[in-house]
Ligand binder design. Structure first.
Ligand SMILES: C[S@@+](CC[C@H](N)C(=O)[O-])C[C@H]1O[C@@H](n2cnc3c(N)ncnc32)[C@H](O)[C@@H]1O
Length: 277
């Protein structure tokens, strides 16, 4: 079965979305296809992007002058845009290459009219370029949105080592924002096999950030050689940071002893592609 043919997807509902004003005042959407919001209304869309994804990932890579980022999936683009906002605001001398799969082409096309927070005002030309061409490039930033199924996009990158606009090295991603809809409603983007593909594209010191702390998420990552940490950022629910190489612990990063977790919960298991065929 090809992932995009999974019967859990409902393309006929894909255009049906409702607007939500999240708790930090930033606007997000609710998907009728997945029956879930794009961001946690409680944590706030912009706050969640910055606190759970951008700040910890950049903190753990502050020595780098060039970063390649996999943003799963583009959605409203908050994670990509919050990344650019953070880098510009702090004048970070880092070159960024962001690759982001997304199968909702109409959504990406609509984003030039989206009601983004004022923090993204200076990003307007970038938002417009991505919306129109699914691509943006200047001297510091290169952004590619790959329209289509994320599973196929990763397989293509693994097999071919290139995208439409770039040649990639085998293990190229320093940062992965794993921000799909939840494992319950979008399981094929949380399976052991999915994380194996991600792992094979990651550098040894890669940092994967995700809001899901579910046992199945932790197992799927751990079974692919990731070390795991709980992460507690201000004003957000606890999230997860994974890295093939164990990172230095800071006060708000708590290493998870997965062998102990497995002893305590011997029935805990990762999601598998075969569960959904
Ligand atoms: C939770 S939203 C992402 C939110 C996004 N990170 C943001 O900051 O706005 C999940 C996105 O995944 C997309 N999606 C779900 N399954 C997909 C798949 N198999 N391939 C590509 N995109 C997918 C949905 O269309 C949706 O836009």
């Amino acid at each position: 079965m090809r992932s995009e043919e999974w019967k859990g997807y409902a393309p006929q509902l894909r255009s049906r979305k409702e607007t939500i004003i999240s708790n930090d005042g930033s606007v997000t959407l609710y998907s009728k296809e997945f029956n879930e919001s794009y961001h946690s209304p409680k944590d706030g869309a912009l706050n969640e992007s910055l606190q759970k994804h951008v700040y910890p990932a950049f903190d753990l890579h502050k020595d780098k002058t060039s970063l390649t980022i996999l943003d799963i999936c583009y959605g409203l683009g908050y994670n990509t845009l919050a990344t650019l906002y953070h880098v510009k605001k702090n004048n970070l001398p880092v070159k960024l290459h962001i690759i982001s799969p997304e199968f909702d082409e109409a959504l990406v096309r609509s984003l030039q009219g989206f009601d983004y927070p004022s923090e993204f005002d200076s990003l307007k030309p970038i938002i417009e370029a991505i919306s129109e061409n699914f691509y943006y490039e200047d001297q510091q930033f290169k952004i590619e949105v790959i329209i289509g199924d994320a599973r196929k996009a990763l397989q293509d990158m693994i097999k071919n080592n290139y995208t439409k606009y770039s040649t990639l090295s085998t293990q190229c991603f320093h940062i992965v924002y794993q921000d799909a809809f939840s494992p319950k409603v979008n399981p094929l983007l949380w399976t052991k096999e999915w994380f194996a593909d991600i792992r094979s594209l990651c550098t040894e010191d890669a940092v994967l950030t995700t809001y899901s702390t579910a046992a199945s998420t932790r197992m799927g990552l751990y079974e692919n050689g990731f070390e795991l940490h709980y992460y507690d950022a201000p004003n957000t629910r606890r999230s997860l940071i994974a890295s093939p190489k164990r990172k230095g612990l800071t006060p708000n990063i708590e290493w998870i002893d997965m062998e102990l977790k497995k002893q305590r919960n011997p029935n805990g298991r990762s999601l598998r592609d075969s569960d959904y065929q």
